[in-house]
Write a protein that binds this ligand. Structure first.
Ligand SMILES: [Zn+2]
Length: 155
């Protein structure tokens, strides 16, 4: 009976977004305008992103996005009950972070093809999840710290 009063959390919303909502969650969405609106927001954001593939967000921006995602992962890893929720919850948080992260407006200068795509981000994350070592983020953090130095070294 308490179920009705509880709004859907981010993970439930994401499952709904991808058509995998639990029956109770689906029922709640039918009954709750607030959660339904939130789901519509996610849906339109998802469509926006899908309609603008590989747009030139700046490397710095992408790096910041990754750092935020990796840090969120490390934080969650520290919790004891994390393991039980690991795969599903992490996938949800990552998707949510990406969906809600407003992409920067296209920069004036078209950045040359850079390697930091969402696809790569997901691949990195999948690797991290599978590897399951607490310090997995460190070498990856180094990856996006490196190019920055080159930028400051203009001939
Ligand atoms: Zn609700």
């Amino acid at each position: 009976m308490n179920e009705k009063l509880r709004h859907l959390d981010d993970e439930q919303l994401l499952l709904a977004l991808y058509g995998a909502a639990a029956p109770e969650a689906a029922a709640h969405l039918d009954a709750c305008a607030e959660c339904a609106a939130q789901l519509r927001r996610l849906q339109s954001r998802r469509l926006e992103l899908a309609a603008a593939p590989l747009l030139p967000a700046s490397d710095a921006r992408l790096r910041a996005q990754r750092e935020a995602v990796y840090q969120a992962i490390e934080k969650k890893r520290a919790r004891p009950y994390w393991r039980a929720l690991q795969a599903g919850a992490l996938a949800c948080s990552v998707l949510l972070a990406v969906l809600l992260y407003r992409p920067a407006p296209p920069p004036q200068e078209t950045t040359a093809a850079h390697a930091l795509t969402d696809q790569q981000l997901f691949n990195d994350l999948a690797e991290m999840i599978n590897r399951d070592t607490p310090a997995a983020a460190e070498p990856l953090m180094a990856l996006f710290a490196a190019p920055e130095e080159k930028e400051t070294q203009t001939q």
